[in-house]
Design a protein around this ligand. Sequence first.
Ligand SMILES: NC(=O)c1ccc[n+]([C@@H]2O[C@H](COP(=O)([O-])OP(=O)(O)OC[C@H]3O[C@@H](n4cnc5c(N)ncnc54)[C@H](O)[C@@H]3O)[C@@H](O)[C@H]2O)c1
Length: 334
Amino acid sequence: MIEQEEYKLANKTFLITGAHGCIGAWTVKRLLEADASVVRFDRSPDARRLRLIMNEEEIARAELVTGDITEAEALPPVIEKFAVTHIIHLAGLQVPSCRADPRAGAMVNVIGTINVFEAVRQAEGRINNVVYASSAAVYGLIEEERPVTEIEAARPATHYGAFKQCNEDNARVYYLDHGLSSVGLRPLTVYGVGRDFGLTSDPTKAMKAAVVGRPFHIRFGGRTDFNYVADTADAFIRAAMSDLTGAHVFNLHGETVHIADVVAEIERNRPSARGNITHEDAPLPIPSEMDGQAVRAALGELPRTPFAQGVRATIDKFAELLSAGRLDTGDLDD
Ligand SMILES: NC(=O)c1ccc[n+]([C@@H]2O[C@H](COP(=O)([O-])OP(=O)(O)OC[C@H]3O[C@@H](n4cnc5c(N)ncnc54)[C@H](O)[C@@H]3O)[C@@H](O)[C@H]2O)c1
């Protein structure tokens, strides 16, 4: 059982963009547990990731608005109708989608984020800040094995990273021009139930493959910084609750683990998977470890689930879903 912080958020209304994504689903869950009112905004009406971690009754407590973040008029009426007080912007396209279609990537990741800032600006002070997902992909490859601090971000190696960097720059300009405060958080490899798309979803897929007894090849190696998905959701919630002024950007640091040790951890939980989970040697083209001191100085200690515990919770949940006949393995074939 993983201990998470308890919040009391009654009388607050959170709008979550990208609520049907992996981090979005866990953010909705954590907010509902804290009695917040929640509005889910997503292009996709498919709540399958929420169903992995919540029952239908719980999900129905969060209003659903399907809409496209690239449309300038999509958010203001939602903010008005539900009297939204807080916003966490998670809608986005990941690295492979931005690589395949940079134009669509820029529309969703850059224009979509501009639309969030504009909608909050129109809300005229009723929403204190914009909290949005940036990414460790704003860094390019740094050869040395050491934790990187916020100010070192530069030269992203993907369109996705360049778009996230652009969002951080635009957030700063919104503060300079309009006094609109924001917090951008940069996770690296988020893992846990619901993580099923993008290169860094491979460790989670390997956990699922071990549960169903299938071989799996993780397409990268080396060390990477793992953020347990529930902790990541909590960091976004804490940022939305903060009264920081200015345009802030923070790294998220979980636990940096070598992919060979990830495989060993999976095998420890599922000895039958021994030899079935393999990995590439080449590391990701981003730093392997984030320095997480700045976010803790600004927001206080954040939940940091030990990696071994997060792996166990994820594998146990996959096994429970398998026994209930509810484990979708479609992502293992991607
Ligand atoms: N997962 C990670 O390891 C990781 C790491 C760093 C940053 N991030 C960022 O965190 C955010 C959430 O990540 P995730 O893993 O939950 O992503 P995800 O791909 O699981 O979910 C993204 C959600 O955004 C929605 N979306 C896409 N285009 C949209 C549009 N035009 N309008 C409305 N909704 C749209 C999708 O339907 C999906 O539900 C993203 O911005 C991502 O770039 C994720």
